[in-house]
Design a protein around this ligand. Structure first.
Ligand code: THU
Length: 130
């Protein structure tokens, strides 16, 4: 199964009763292992979490911290674009060259690198001595 297929299958399990906007994400780690995530909303709206965050949590729990590739899919008009917060979360674990495949449910796809999605990302090494 492709990484995008994994994200598409995961999306069915999204918990999005408020926005009705189901999102699925899948991450291939450098180890080769694949982790999926879905958005999980909450009646207290800001407490909801994105699909990418769920996939990252699953990856870290399993002991992987290096992202090789990402796929994300939703029922959007154009290939779904990771939110700003998720771009930063992905940048924590993925190099600038990591490819992020964005898709919708009618076959539109777009690929961008993490550097293109978040130019000038803030990284740990920017903190220097403190
Ligand atoms: N959402 C994601 O899970 N990932 C994205 O890349 C875009 C937005 C979720 C958050 C919320 O549950 C719903 O989509 C509508 O914003």
């Amino acid at each position: 199964m492709s990484l995008l297929d994994t994200a598409r299958t995961a999306r069915e399990m999204a918990y999005a009763p408020y926005s009705k906007f189901k999102v699925g994400a899948a991450i291939r780690a450098a180890s080769g292992a694949v982790y999926a995530g879905v958005n999980v909303e909450n009646a207290a709206y800001p407490e909801g979490t994105c699909a990418e965050a769920g996939a990252i949590a699953a990856m870290v729990l399993a002991g992987d911290t290096k992202i090789a590739e990402v796929a994300v899919i939703a029922g959007s008009t154009v290939p779904v674009s990771p939110c700003g917060g998720c771009r930063q979360k992905l940048a924590e674990f993925g190099d600038a060259s990591v490819r992020v495949t964005m898709a919708n449910m009618v076959g539109d796809e777009r690929v961008m690198t993490l550097a293109e999605l978040l130019p000038g990302a803030f990284h740990q090494d920017h903190m220097g001595e403190h």
